[in-house]
Design a protein around this ligand. Structure first.
Ligand code: RIB
Ligand code: CA
Length: 313
């Protein structure tokens, strides 16, 4: 199978970092055309720095990394230093990047790349708030029909929310952007908290990262050691949920996941439930399905794949 051409849109964040590492470690499955950064876990200057730190950690200093939107479409930026630390990549002590940012805005890179490649050949992989993707769709509506698929981490149904009782962070930060994306007509695959909360870095799994005894393996172990505190405290979970790497793993082996093609709408009016993904899991409405919403994961298979691929870097 020819590698799938993708753009990773991201707000690193330790879990974003692992998702990027998994993609770069999998050239037979994935061709990373570029990485576009967005404000989310931490402000844009840090997410665009962290993305380059990760590329250099992986040994890929030539990846084009673009800075994108520094705030949501219609709300003040909410960040998550309480989860990811002040730098957004707390845990390992990694050197500042030497690779520069690519010239130009991330939104223009997304638009130009979709227009320069044949329709249906480029997959967008948003791992943070959907501000860049929505801005590109607003600026160039023609790209919607050119997108092969949008495979994103965001939302939740049975799991509720992680930043409010009803909203997951990526959607909550920019609900207006999420609404634009979910109404775009592009094929969408959603990795919600319902799945990512089953992808927990338990101690044996963290030990397996560390046992790789490589700079990447040790850094990933240190990253997940750091950002598990939030979820352990809040949910009593057995380790850090590896949210974003579920997106990359889906591109490599979709059979690791099961879900339903259903209607998903975004709450953009009520402050009480702002950013909620209203997933019609039981198909109780006549709203047209617009997304494949994942509900389960083969967690052991996921971690076996992840560890095997990280060992390559
Ligand atoms: O809610 C989890 C998501 O929000 C992940 O993508 C994490 O990196 C943050 O962006
Ligand atoms: Ca993220």
């Amino acid at each position: 199978m020819t590698p799938r051409k993708i753009i990773i849109d991201t707000d690193p964040g330790q879990d974003d970092a692992v998702a990027i590492l998994l993609a770069l470690a999998s050239p037979e499955d994935i061709e990373v055309l570029g990485i576009t950064c967005v404000a989310g876990n931490v402000p844009l200057d840090l997410t665009s720095k962290n993305a380059r730190i990760v590329c250099e950690l992986a040994g890929f200093p030539d990846v084009s990394v673009y800075a994108g939107c520094d705030r949501p479409l219609g709300r003040d930026l909410v960040t998550a230093e309480h989860v990811h630390g002040k730098t957004g990549l707390d845990g390992p002590d990694l050197p500042d990047p030497t690779m520069p940012l690519a010239d130009g805005h991330a939104v223009d890179f997304i638009i130009d790349t979709l227009r320069d490649h044949a329709p249906g050949t480029v997959t967008l992989c948003p791992l943070g708030p959907l501000t860049n993707i929505a801005t590109a769709l607003q600026k160039a509506p023609d790209i919607a029909s050119r997108i092969a698929r949008i495979v994103l981490m965001g939302g939740g149904y049975f799991e509720g929310g992680n930043i409010t009782p009803t909203a997951e962070f990526n959607i909550y930060v920019d609900p207006q952007a999420a609404d634009i994306v979910f109404k775009s007509g592009a094929p969408i695959v959603v990795m919600p908290l319902d799945v990512t909360h089953k992808a927990l870095v338990t101690k044996p799994r963290n030990d397996a990262f560390r046992a790789l005894n490589t700079p990447v393996g040790i850094a990933v172990a240190q990253m997940t050691d750091f950002f598990e505190r939030f979820d352990k405290e809040k949910y009593g979970s057995a380790g850090a949920p590896l949210h974003d790497p579920c997106v990359t793993a889906y591109l490599i082996n979709p059979d690791l996941f099961t879900g339903r093609h259903i209607n998903v709408e975004i709450e953009t009016q009520s402050e009480l439930t702002m950013g909620m993904t209203v997933a019609d899991w039981w198909r109780v409405t006549d709203r047209a399905p617009n997304a494949t919403f994942m509900g389960d994961i083969d967690a052991d298979g996921f971690f076996a794949l992840l560890t095997e691929r990280l060992a390559r870097l």
